[in-house]
Design a protein around this ligand. Structure first.
Ligand SMILES: NC(=O)c1ccc[n+]([C@@H]2O[C@H](COP(=O)([O-])OP(=O)(O)OC[C@H]3O[C@@H](n4cnc5c(N)ncnc54)[C@H](OP(=O)(O)O)[C@@H]3O)[C@@H](O)[C@H]2O)c1
Length: 278
């Protein structure tokens, strides 16, 4: 069965709109961009569209490529102090003269809608309430929505980035799965994926996961987005895998839409978490 993210995206956005009716002010999202990376411009456009749909205030702070780290952090601190802004997102990648970790960690953890600050990463590891990265949250919600059991399952996660692999691993562990986290130095990944009930793949390589690597009836969640000759492909060889899987997410239309929906949800979550802490 092919499980799309588009249907659940709509449900999540409708649910947020319903919840927003009981809030007496407009929520706000700020995106901080340095330079003029073309892919970043596209991603920011998608975020602006989302804020229009949810009637969030949208601030796009775009700085020249040569902005100093000190000045950038001052600008982020202004957003931290701005009560009309609930979520702040630093658009990656940043130019190499900026230390991404320092910049990311200057965001107020309670406005960190990408869930990338040390505080939120720590909260996730400790299974405490916090803001979590949108793509991994989209993976979990899509599994839940399709009633795919996580507890007790053997799950292979391929890719160990701080944006995808590590947080999804922690979320799955928090949900009582047994997780094997694989990466480019893992030997014999096939022997791991062959024994996995669920495989979450996010490596950034077109058709990396092939039919011979999975067992009959496995669930495949494809996080990868690979643009080849203007066309989008996932990390899973969808056409050859789909008849062997119980469930598989397509690319495009699988985890991509979920990531956008979860960002919308995270702005609302940031608002409610902050309210609870105050
Ligand atoms: N759907 C969405 O909204 C969304 C959001 C974020 C990312 N993505 C996509 O997801 C993919 C991964 O993104 P990312 O940011 O996590 O990428 P990343 O930071 O480049 O990380 C890739 C990971 O894959 C591992 N890897 C690379 N080649 C491998 C191989 N041959 N075997 C096993 N592991 C291998 C790397 O291992 P090492 O650590 O050993 O180098 C690394 O951990 C990309 O296609 C990206 O576009 C999609």
């Amino acid at each position: 069965m092919v499980i799309k993210g588009t249907e659940l995206k709509k449900i999540i956005l409708e649910d947020i709109k319903e919840k927003l009716k009981s809030i007496d002010r407009q929520l706000g999202l700020a995106v901080v961009q340095v330079g003029n990376d073309e892919a970043s411009n596209v991603y920011i456009g998608q975020k602006e569209k989302l804020t229009k749909e949810l009637n969030y205030k949208f601030i796009h702070k775009k700085f020249n490529e040569d902005i100093s780290q000190e000045k950038l952090i001052q600008e982020i601190e202004l957003l931290n102090d701005d009560d009309t802004i609930d979520g702040i997102l630093i658009q990656m990648p940043l130019p190499s003269h900026l230390n991404s970790n320092i910049v990311l960690n200057s965001v107020d953890p309670d406005k960190d809608v990408d869930g990338l600050t040390y505080i939120n990463a720590g909260r996730l590891v400790q299974n405490e309430p916090g803001l979590v990265p949108c793509t991994p949250k989209g993976v979990i919600d899509l599994l839940d929505y399709n009633k795919i059991t996580i507890t007790g399952k053997n799950i292979a996660v391929i890719g160990r980035s701080v944006l995808v692999g590590k947080p999804v691993t922690n979320m799955l562990i928090n949900r009582n799965a047994t997780v094997t986290l694989c990466h480019s130095k893992t030997s014999d990944i096939k022997s791991i994926t062959k024994n996995s009930d669920i495989i979450v793949v996010g490596v950034g390589k077109k058709h990396y996961l092939t039919k011979d690597m999975i067992k009959e009836g496995a669930t495949v969640v494809d996080v990868g987005i690979n643009r080849v000759d203007g066309k989008l492909y996932g990390d899973a060889d969808f056409e050859n895998l789909k008849d062997k899987c119980s469930f598989i997410t397509p690319v495009p239309g699988g985890i991509g839409p979920m990531t956008i929906a979860e960002l919308g949800a995270n702005v609302y979550n940031a608002y409610t978490l902050k309210k609870k802490r105050n």
